[in-house]
Ligand binder design. Structure first.
Ligand SMILES: Nc1ncnc2c1ncn2[C@@H]1O[C@H](COP(=O)(O)OP(=O)(O)O)[C@@H](O)[C@H]1O
Ligand SMILES: [Mg+2]
Length: 235
């Protein structure tokens, strides 16, 4: 078995408002391997984003442990958690949040200027298939192309993990497939461990493993012996 990137033990997040307690995450145990592509599926409110945000150091659990390799994230001071996030984590969200007054190239360069061992912006954009559009502004790009710029921006610092929260949620199937293709290309070429939250069940075909969420728990796991290419997806 390959090396482990994340190990969660009894990971729990509870929100309390007045008398009501919501178990957003309820005693989750989980291991994610280096270079793995994991898809999280499950109904709205089942805890997917909560888990992703804790893995990315954006949020903290109420109890339980979460390790990134040998590093216990649940032990870190805020400043150390920020450093973990900056050094090791790339995020992709449903909305791209590009700076509208900057070109695709410049949006990526914003990140590479402050990273330790970055890719060249042009190389990051080529990796997601946007070499010919890198001097376009966001308004001159389709939604799917803007999302691929956001992926280039997220991976240009060569993060160990790429965490994607509904990256195709705002896209039609054709552009969504190209976005998934870009994520798989990054995984293949950089070895980036990739976690993808989606509502779209067909995306599970491209994963090494699918985790089915229900009520803050992992209610089922599916392991794919072979991963499908994005181009083979139908949705
Ligand atoms: N900041 C918060 N305050 C209170 N409840 C929250 C907060 N964030 C999430 N929740 C609740 O936690 C549960 C899990 O949410 P979430 O992780 O966003 O689910 P998913 O991403 O699967 O839709 C939901 O019941 C949600 O309402
Ligand atoms: Mg969510």
């Amino acid at each position: 078995m390959s090396d482990t990137v994340f190990t969660a033990k009894g990971l729990t997040k509870t929100y309390v408002s007045g008398e009501v307690k919501v178990h957003a995450l309820n005693e989750v145990d989980l291991e994610i391997a280096e270079k793995e592509v994991v898809v999280l599926l499950g109904p709205s409110g089942s805890g997917k984003t909560t888990l992703l945000n804790i893995m990315g150091g954006l949020d903290r659990p109420t109890s339980g442990r979460l390790f990134f390799r040998d590093l216990d994230l649940t032990d870190l001071e805020d400043r150390e958690l920020t450093k973990y996030r900056r050094d090791h984590v790339g995020f992709v969200f449903q909305f791209y949040n590009l700076v509208p007054s900057l070109t695709a190239y410049e949006n990526v360069a914003l990140v590479t200027e402050v990273a330790k061992n970055p890719m060249r912006p042009a190389d990051a954009l080529a990796l997601v298939g946007l070499d010919e559009r890198m001097h376009h502004f966001p308004a001159q790009l389709s939604g799917g192309e803007q999302q691929r710029v956001a992926i280039a921006r997220a991976i240009a610092k060569r993060p160990a993990v790429l965490l994607c929260d509904e990256p195709t949620g705002a896209l039609d199937s054709k552009t969504g497939i190209r976005v998934i293709e870009a994520l798989l290309g990054v995984n293949r070429q950089l070895g980036t461990t990739t976690v993808i939250i989606t509502h779209n069940a067909s995306i599970q075909e491209v994963a090494d493993r699918v985790l089915f969420f229900a009520d803050g728990r992992i209610a089922g796991v599916r392991k794919n012996e072979t991963r499908r290419e994005a181009a083979e997806l139908v949705w």
